[in-house]
Design a protein around this ligand. Sequence first.
Ligand SMILES: [Mg+2]
Length: 337
Amino acid sequence: MTVRKTPATGALLGLALGDALGFPTEFHDVPSILAKSGPWREMELPTPAYVTDDTQMTLALGRGLRAAMDRGTLAPRRLERPVREQFVDWYRSPDNNRAPGRTCLVACDLLRKEDRAWQDASRIHSKGCGANMRVAPVGLAPGLSDEQRSGAAQLQAALTHGHPTALAASDLTAHAVRLLAQGAEPTGLVGLLRSYAYDNRTRYHHTWLGDLWTRSQDPTPEHFIARGWDDCLAILRRLQDAVRTPSPETDPCLATGEGWIAEEALATALLCFLLFPDEPLTALRRAACTAGDSDSLACLAGAFAGAHLGADAWPARWADRIEYRGELLALGALWDA
Ligand SMILES: [Mg+2]
């Protein structure tokens, strides 16, 4: 494996570009997208290039994670406070008008009360993709141990989405970004993710998650978290089949789901990336032209492609006009240095 030059910048720009490209196509099926936009391989970035809650919450997490790491070794309490503050700031922001997910709104409203344990704000039955669509910064921040990265990915998810599949899918999404940033080859990626899921299947992060699992009906913490990894392992098997028999002109959602839920968002975004590992714009356009959660799928596909290829993946004519460009570049430069 070779370390790439600018994976953080590439991933952050890529996720925002995908998010903006998929913003107008969310809630539309493929025939109506084609009728409106023409051939999907020629889809253009909208003008202005507005992002959605996916990028806004990614930046909120990025700010919180950065603040936590500035204060010392990353640990649960040190991460919780600034990320929680950032999520609540996002909730209150007048710019939070980009079709945000309901779970995030409900949980962030509850997180506002500072003496409430976050576990009491977490939506234990929600495995919407809102937790992993924003997790890329955890895979990009340098200097974290495997335990810190896994714990941080799951904790940031659980602040809003407490379902074990939201936790496992966020952990896997951050791990995928990390592997690609470190130079892992796309051809081996699904196998590496499956091994990671098997290895972590019954590992409950007590120090990071506290008593979250007791809000579920599960008899033990291991039973709780294994449900999440098993959902992910099932979809990774479907992903591996889809990658073996590629069908680039077919809506990828038919193979691995529409991506409204966490494990499907991971798998379908990965499928779009793996169909076109060296054609990042095509991967983004494929993800945006789907029947599913287009902005979140293209957001994650952009994070994977950018982590793999670096900032050069994205043409200046797109990158120069993406919303939040300045903050995305600043955070990327910090973490690529
Ligand atoms: Mg969105």
